[in-house]
Design a protein around this ligand. Structure first.
Ligand code: ATP
Ligand code: BTN
Length: 246
């Protein structure tokens, strides 16, 4: 596999732009990186906020040979690739939060360093996914529901943007190859080893549903969260759910 990177000064969202290109037949391996996003997105229409130069934002188009059924756990696998890349650059304290966040352990507690957004692309053809990654370089300013962090907090000096992107893409290539072969199971142990909230009491927030509480017992081979509740161990699939520590 190889990546073909297109660098833009500005766009609405690298994921929106890449999804449009996928509709027009862009191949697997297409990457868009932008200095600025005017309408960065998280899940369910939530926004991803970034100041110019404060965040590395890019999206990768990838054709899954596993079909759509095997895609559970892809956002977790991408998190493992980010951990590998950031650790290679010398960062420590990088942790993973199910299903799509990368956290940094700071003296003040865990703070969100990066977010991963996986969307289906090119629906009419073979299964393609758009993998969108926003990695804070500087701690973003503003009001956030959760604490936020920047990579500058974890490294004595920030790498050049293109070196950072290249390091992440190399790590991503390795993880996606493993994922294509064995699914999330290929990197499950690595994910578990960096699990931010292992054995912690959490609340599960589902849209339009009552909250459920339980203890995070890790993840299954398909990427489902194993939540120990009063009534037993439940497998939670990464739909429209968010987790919070109690
Ligand atoms: P959460 O991360 O809150 O559990 P989520 O994984 O479902 O929820 P999304 O639904 O994708 O997250 O929404 C994006 C979240 O990221 C929002 O909660 C938003 O406040 C937060 N956010 C937006 N921009 C940044 C940023 N630059 N750094 C860290 N967090 C951000
Ligand atoms: C999350 O926090 O849950 C996901 C955030 C994903 C943000 C990235 S920034 C690059 C790409 N383009 C977008 O509009 N979103 C993703």
């Amino acid at each position: 596999g190889r990546f073909d990177v297109d660098a833009l000064a500005e766009c609405d969202s690298t994921s929106s732009e890449l999804l449009r290109r996928a509709e027009r037949g862009a191949p697997s391996g297409s990457v868009i990186v932008a200095d600025r996003q005017l309408a960065g997105r998280g899940r369910r229409g939530r926004s991803w906020l970034s100041s110019a130069d404060g965040c590395l934002m890019f999206s990768v188009l990838w054709r899954s040979q596993r079909g759509l059924a095997g895609l559970g756990g892809l956002s977790l696998a991408v998190g493992v690739a980010l951990v590998r890349a950031l650790e290679r650059l010398g960062a420590s304290g990088v942790r993973l939060k199910w299903p799509n966040d990368v956290l940094l352990a700071t003296p003040a507690g865990d703070a969100k360093l990066a977010g991963i957004l996986i969307e289906l692309a090119g629906g009419r053809r073979e299964a393609q996914v758009c993998i969108g990654i926003g990695l804070n370089l500087q701690t973003p300013a503003g009001e956030f529901a959760q604490p936020v962090a920047g990579l500058a907090q974890a490294l004595p000096a920030l790498p050049e943007r293109h070196d950072l992107l290249a390091t992440i893409l190399v790590a991503l290539l390795g993880v996606l190859d493993d994922f294509a072969e064995c699914g999330f199971a290929a990197v499950k142990d690595e994910w578990q080893a960096r699990h931010a909230w292992q054995d912690r009491a959490v609340r599960l927030i589902e849209d339009g549903c009552a909250e459920r509480s339980g203890i995070c017992r890790g993840v299954a081979d398909d990427g489902a969260l194993l939540l120990e509740t009063a009534t037993g161990c439940e497998r939670i699939l990464a739909g429209d759910v968010s987790l919070r520590v109690n």
